[in-house]
Write a protein that binds this ligand. Structure first.
Ligand code: Q46
Ligand code: ZN
Ligand code: ZN
Length: 320
């Protein structure tokens, strides 16, 4: 199959767009499309400073590469979680992020979870008993906290993550199955900061399929970690992705249209009553209080969930 724009052989055929492109025109198209989405959803401007959360995977490193090519003021942040999985997951992914940044002369901020909390993520999961086998809930809580803190301390205007269409649709599907209107109302390519302890969150890759991201990383020669985090295995998200891949195989473009129709429904105000416009309100419209320790938001008065967890760890340390 030939490229739509030149006589070269196409490296990817995007059936949902009826578009096949070569190794030169495909990455160009990805960069142009990303710029279009950044403007369409008013994610950030060239005058603003953006922090990209990188994990060493193809999506976040490709996002950093695209924003760098577009000339945005963009630094990276990597959180070392202390996860090994028998193959040095954290070490390997950190090394890849450092190499990526060094090759392009970009600034990478590295934060270690154990420096912040005193324990690695698996240790934290074990001592808090919050999912001994699956540390994902403490991991998610810790990552969210650290990312907001780093972005605020560095005075960044927006925090960008590499969520792709497959990720967004899996989340959307899960939230729709449960009619979780609070989460549905917040799911968006751009989430404004609704509390002084939060930073604007943006997802510039939310309209690209995972296979497009993999092709982009390959064509651009981006070295990334192929292995997923060992704790991702068996997750509900992966199960939803498998189901959605079956749907997509039968009906090309189904994921994209599901997602875009959802965004249009939101624009029309479908979930507005569950997530009012005012600042200071969280998902579901509850009031956001300020944590007296870290200044982050909390739905209950007093310490936020992260600071409560750290307190508990310190208490346990004193007892032993
Ligand atoms: S939450 Fe769970 Fe991820 Fe943390 S422990 Fe790994 S799979 S990295 S996105
Ligand atoms: Zn071409
Ligand atoms: Zn706190």
């Amino acid at each position: 199959m030939k490229c739509r724009k030149c006589p070269q052989k196409a490296v990817i055929n995007m059936r949902q767009h009826k578009l096949a492109l070569c190794a030169v025109h495909f990455p160009q198209w990805m960069v142009e499309q990303t710029q279009r989405f950044i403007q369409k959803y008013r994610m950030f401007t060239p005058e603003e400073r953006v922090l990209v959360a990188v994990s060493g995977g193809k999506d976040s490193l490709s996002l950093w590469d695209i924003l760098w090519q577009l000339g945005y003021q963009v630094d990276g942040v990597y959180i070392s979680l202390g996860i090994d999985g028998g193959f040095g997951y954290s070490q390997k992914s950190q090394a890849l992020c450092e190499k990526f940044a060094a090759q392009r002369g970009l600034k990478l901020i590295v934060v270690s979870a154990s420096d912040q909390v005193g324990l690695t993520i698996p240790e934290l999961a074990a001592v808090t008993q919050r999912g001994k086998d699956k540390p994902c809930s403490v991991c998610g809580l810790t990552k969210r906290h650290i990312l907001d803190r780093v972005a605020l301390e560095g005075k960044y205007d927006a925090l960008a993550t590499g969520h792709n269409l497959d990720d967004e649709v899996a989340v959307l599907f899960g939230n729709t199955l449960n009619w979780n209107v609070g989460y549905l109302s917040r799911q968006s390519p751009v989430l404004p900061a609704r509390h002084p302890g939060l930073v604007r969150k943006v997802k510039p890759l939310c309209r690209f399929y995972e296979r497009e991201m993999a092709a982009y990383a390959l064509v651009r020669g981006i070295e990334y970690i192929y292995e997923e985090c060992p704790h991702a295995e068996g997750s509900t998200t992966i199960y939803y992705k498998t189901l959605l891949n079956q749907l997509e195989a039968d009906r090309p473009g189904a994921k994209l249209s599901f997602y875009l129709a959802f965004l249009r429904a939101k624009e029309k105000g479908l979930f507005a009553q569950f997530f009012p416009e005012e600042e200071g309100l969280g998902a579901g419209g509850e009031v956001l209080h300020t944590c007296p320790n870290c200044g982050g938001p909390t739905t209950l008065e007093g310490l936020c969930a992260f600071c409560r967890m750290v307190d508990k760890v310190h208490e346990m340390g004193k007892q032993t």
